[in-house]
Design a binder for this molecule. Structure first.
Ligand SMILES: NC(=[NH2+])NCCC[C@H](N)C(=O)O
Ligand SMILES: [Mn+2]
Ligand SMILES: [Mn+2]
Length: 299
C-alpha cells in the first residue's frame, strides 16, 4: 500500500432524506482517523471537505424519481476531480462520507486510473436501483448501478465516461435488503453477492478468501464500505439500518485479510450519521476498521 494517504471529507446528505449524515466526516475525524493512520507510519494529509450545496440553497427540483439530482451531480464532479488528482500524485485516496451517493464521484475519479478496477461493496444494500426501480428516489440507493452505466445519463456520465466498472469486477458483501429491481439486475449481470446467508454459512474468512481470489485479475480494488453493512448493534449511527448484519469482529477480520492481501488501492467509508449515533460509536468503529485495513496488528 502507498505510504501517503490523503483524507477527503464529503459532507454529503443530498442522496437521502435523513439530515445529519453530512456531519459524518467531522465525526470520523473526531474519532481520530489521522492520528490512527499516522501511528501506523503513514504520511497523512487531510484535504478538508468537498464543498456541498446546502439543500435550501440549491433548487430542490427532483427530476422524476431522483431527489436532489442537481446537487448530487455537482458534488460528484468535484469529488471525481479531487480523487483523480490525489491518485495522480501517487497518494491513496481515503474518502469519508457522507451518504453513499458519493461513491458515484469517487469511482468516477478512481476508475480513470485503472484498466480493470475491482470493487468491494460492503453493505446491507445493493445500491443497484435506478429512478425506475427505486422505492425512495434516494440516490444513495443507486451508486453501484450508476457505476456500471445504468441510470440517469447525467449520473452515469460524470467525468465524461461510462461505465466506470464492469459487473464482473464487483463483489457485494453483507447484503440483506434488496429491492425487486436490484435482484433482477444482479441476476441479469451476474454480479457476485455474498448475502448474510453466505456470510453465516461460509464464515467471513472463506468469504474474504474467495473475494480476493475472485478479484485477482483486476489491477486495483476500491473498497466502498457502508457502515450499515455492519449490524446496527455495532454501528447504530446510520440512516437505513437493517438487523442481522456483519459483526464488528467479522468486519475486523475482513479488513485484516484485505490488508494482508495488499489489494486495496482506494477506499471510502460512508453513511456515518452522528445525529443517529450513540456517543460517536459508529465513527469510532469506522476508524478502528480503517486501522485494520491499513495494517494495524495486535502482535
Ligand atoms: N446507501 C444506502 N444506505 N442505501 C440504502 C438504499 C435503500 C433502498 N434500497 C433505496 O433504494 O432507497
Ligand atoms: Mn447500505
Ligand atoms: Mn450503501
Amino acid at each position: 500500500m502507498l505510504k501517503d494517504i490523503t483524507v477527503i471529507g464529503v459532507p454529503m446528505d443530498l442522496g437521502q432524506m435523513r439530515r445529519g449524515v453530512d456531519m459524518g466526516p467531522s465525526a470520523i475525524r473526531y474519532a481520530g482517523v489521522v492520528e490512527r493512520l499516522e501511528n501506523l507510519d503513514y504520511r497523512v494529509e487531510d484535504f478538508g471537505d468537498i464543498d456541498i450545496a446546502r439543500p435550501e440553497k440549491q433548487s430542490i427540483e427532483n427530476e422524476g424519481n431522483l431527489k436532489n439530482l442537481k446537487g448530487v451531480i455537482e458534488a460528484s464532479e468535484k469529488l471525481s476531480q479531487t480523487v483523480s488528482t490525489v491518485i495522480s500524485n501517487k497518494k491513496f485516496p481515503l474518502v469519508l462520507g457522507g451518504d453513499h451517493s458519493i461513491a458515484i464521484g469517487t469511482l468516477a475519479g478512481v476508475s480513470k486510473h485503472y484498466e480493470n478496477l475491482g470493487v468491494i461493496w460492503y453493505d446491507a444494500h445493493g445500491d443497484l436501483n435506478t429512478a425506475d426501480t427505486s422505492p425512495s428516489g434516494n440516490i444513495h440507493g443507486m451508486p453501484l448501478a450508476v457505476s456500471i452505466g445504468i441510470g440517469h445519463e447525467r449520473l452515469t456520465n460524470i467525468s465524461d465516461y461510462t461505465p466506470k466498472i464492469k459487473p464482473e469486477n464487483i463483489v457485494i458483501i453483507g447484503a440483506r435488503s434488496l429491492d425487486e429491481g436490484e435482484r433482477e439486475l444482479i441476476k441479469e449481470k451476474g454480479i457476485k453477492v455474498y448475502t448474510m446467508h453466505e456470510v453465516d454459512r461460509l464464515g467471513m474468512a472463506k468469504v474474504m478468501e474467495e473475494t480476493i481470489e475472485y478479484l485477482a485479475h483486476t489491477d486495483g480494488v476500491h473498497l466502498s464500505l457502508d457502515l450499515d453493512g455492519l449490524d446496527p448493534h455495532d454501528a447504530p449511527g446510520v440512516g437505513t439500518p437493517v438487523l442481522g448484519g456483519i459483526s464488528y469482529r467479522e468486519s475486523h477480520l475482513a479488513m485484516e485479510m484485505l490488508a494482508e492481501a495488499e489489494i486495496i488501492t482506494s477506499a471510502e467509508f460512508v453513511e456515518v450519521n452522528p445525529i443517529l449515533d450513540e456517543k460517536n460509536k459508529t465513527a469510532t468503529v469506522a476508524v478502528a476498521l480503517m486501522g485494520s485495513l491499513f495494517g494495524e496488528k495486535l502482535l
